[in-house]
Ligand binder design. Structure first.
Ligand code: N01
Length: 550
């Protein structure tokens, strides 16, 4: 039976079965599973004033999902699948928030979510086997389980550039964009960053700004989205083929609704490759990566895709100097998350867009009137930082989590995140981290990764209830081995070759350089997790007693 008790308030705190932090894709589904499937008392704590997680905050111009819409939704519910239809191939941010509200309302989830409240700390009490969570409203919640659904990219990374405080105009980070939007008309806008976000924003801001100056430190590959409105025929196809689409997503390494082609790049002739790449470019989207199966493991194979994209950039961008800067890319294709764009390179053919190379002439400081690089000052009215996130660990560490004997998570992870399967941390009993570091997470289509984690956690808690167990914790040796496995999986690919990628934490000064997501593929990871459960939750300890040896 669903729990219908009201949320505990400042006056009436009551112990809960579970506290979930975050009301995005992860938190909402976890709430549904624990409350409606297992009948537990659950409270979700959410900093935003509404559901949506990352999509609640990332409202920058051009914000759109890079996953194909038919794959960017929950698949656990036939009812949800049958009663929702996306309008575009790559849905825009407002439509995704609308979807999240549709889900939350249809499953009656909001009554167990407290909005507008920030978790300030979480402490585990061994004697009581209980988590105590404190919030910025000054109240406390206690629960047996603590589950984080805080997303992997939710802690904005604003660069520490001297003089930013003195800037007389407005500045924004794309991950915390004003809900009322920003009027760029008649404004000289500076955009710092050319990751997925900067690449999505550039053409949109250029449409209305008086002038847009893009500050590029690292040139990036990008594949055209070729976004389009979905036809009724395609919508019907999706509704009639849910099971088939899910099957492809669940058996592919990255959770997307397309298969990686089983062929090697260098087995094809140059002409054959050109035809295949042209076809994939014309189709657009992340599927470009699936033309050959060895693009991420063989540098020579990767070079063929990289060279193709560089030649495309040079053919699109008319100014040869700008084209040279944009195509001077220093890492293999897809070793940083490849952006998907809507006429990004074309935007540089506009009279009101300028590209500035801040690799050659770094940003020095900000004045009241603009950004100063080694080459001089760029006068600006608005600065937009598309400078990314303290990814995967940033938000978890900000929660100020303390495990057994008061051990701070910050200390446990001082040399980088250490988890078992990305699900649990040794020394932090009954804490689960949905899409935590060490899981495929950001290397996978997120809803697929989230559903797998939420369902595994739910099954684990159900197992504990069935067995009369009240505590689960990853074993140190299991976590140690998993860290080795995560490193080995990354080393088997070209991914670590992008030395400045956020996958490695390299974008945040002082952050340990550790490859954080599990790169062994979602389908293999799912099997590993299933096998662990099947073998009596190998590598976990329950209620202080070892259920099975690891
Ligand atoms: O952030 P990023 P993002 N001076 O870290 C530059 C997801 N996403 O927000 O590479 C100058 O990738 C930095 O330069 P460099 C997706 O997973 C999803 O774009 O460090 N430049 C880089 O160019 C994505 O990967 C979607 O040299 C500075 C940029 O800022 C992830 O979010 C849409 C700088 C940051 O790129 C993050 O993407 C958008 C400085 N001091 C994003 N500091 C959808 O699916 C940083 N940079 C919709």
């Amino acid at each position: 039976m669903p729990d219908t008790s009201p949320s505990p308030s400042v006056d009436q705190p009551q112990p809960l079965d579970a506290i979930i932090i975050g009301a995005g894709f992860s938190g909402l589904y976890q709430l549904h599973c624990l409350r409606d499937r297992l009948g537990l008392s659950v409270q979700v704590l959410e900093m935003a004033e509404g559901v949506g997680g990352t999509w609640y905050w990332n409202r920058y111009p051009g914000a759109r999902c890079d996953s194909e819409s038919q794959s960017y939704q929950y698949y656990f519910s036939k009812d949800l699948l049958e009663n929702w239809a996306w309008s575009e191939r790559f849905p825009q941010q407002p439509e995704i928030v609308e979807y999240m509200n549709f889900v939350a309302d249809r499953l009656d989830l909001k009554r167990n979510v407290r909005f507008g409240i920030r978790v300030t700390s979480a402490h585990y009490d061994e004697a009581a086997n209980q988590w105590t969570v404190e919030t910025d409203a000054g109240d406390r919640y206690t629960a047996q389980f603590l589950i984080t659904g805080v997303g992997c990219l939710s802690s904005a990374n604003v660069p520490d550039i001297p003089g930013l405080d003195s800037f007389a105009g407005n500045w924004y980070h794309t991950g915390l964009f004003p809900h009322e939007g920003v009027d760029f008309s008649e404004k000289r806008v500076g955009l710092v960053g050319t990751g997925s976000t900067g690449i999505q924003s550039t053409p949109e801001i250029a449409k209305t700004a008086k002038h847009l100056t893009v500050f590029q430190r690292t040139a990036n590959y990008s594949i055209p989205a070729h976004n389009t409105m979905l036809t009724d025929e395609f919508k019907r196809y999706c509704k009639e083929h849910h099971a088939d689409i899910r099957e492809v997503m669940h058996t592919s390494p990255n959770g997307h609704p397309f298969r990686i082609q089983e062929r090697l790049a260098l087995d094809s002739s140059e002409e054959e490759r050109a035809v295949l790449y042209e076809k994939a470019w014309a189709k657009g989207g992340l599927e470009f990566r699936s033309v050959f199966e060895d693009l991420l493991v063989n540098k020579a194979a990767n070079d063929t895709a990289a060279d193709f994209i560089r030649s495309k950039i040079r053919s699109i961008v008319k100014n040869p100097d700008t084209a040279a800067l944009l195509s001077n890319i220093d890492h293999p294709f897809a070793t940083k998350r490849p952006p998907v764009d809507d006429h990004y390179f074309e935007a540089y053919n506009r009279d009101n867009v300028t590209l500035v190379d801040v690799r050659a002439a770094p940003i020095q400081h900000i004045t009241p009137t603009g950004i100063v690089t080694e080459d001089g000052e760029y006068d600006l009215d608005i600065i937009v930082f598309a400078t990314g996130f303290d990814a995967m660990t940033g938000t978890l560490l900000k929660l100020d989590i303390h495990g057994r004997d008061g051990l701070p998570l910050k200390e446990a992870w001082s040399a980088g995140p250490r988890t078992y399967l990305g699900l649990q941390v040794a020394g932090f009993p009954n804490l689960f981290t949905i899409t935590g570091p060490g899981s495929p997470s950001v290397l996978c289509n997120m809803p697929v990764a989230i559903e797998q984690h939420v369902e595994w956690i739910t099954d684990c808690i159900a197992h504990m209830h069935a067995q009369g167990l009240d505590k689960v914790e990853a074993k140190v040796e299991a976590a140690d081995q998993w860290v080795l496995d995560v490193n080995a999986a990354a080393e088997a690919t070209l991914l670590p070759q992008a030395g400045h990628s956020w996958y490695l934490g390299a974008n945040v000064p002082g952050k340990p350089r550790v490859f954080m997501p599990y790169a062994g593929g979602m389908a293999s990871y799912r099997k590993i997790c299933d096998d662990v459960a099947e073998r009596g939750y190998e590598g976990f300890t329950f209620s202080g007693q070892t259920v099975s040896a690891s």
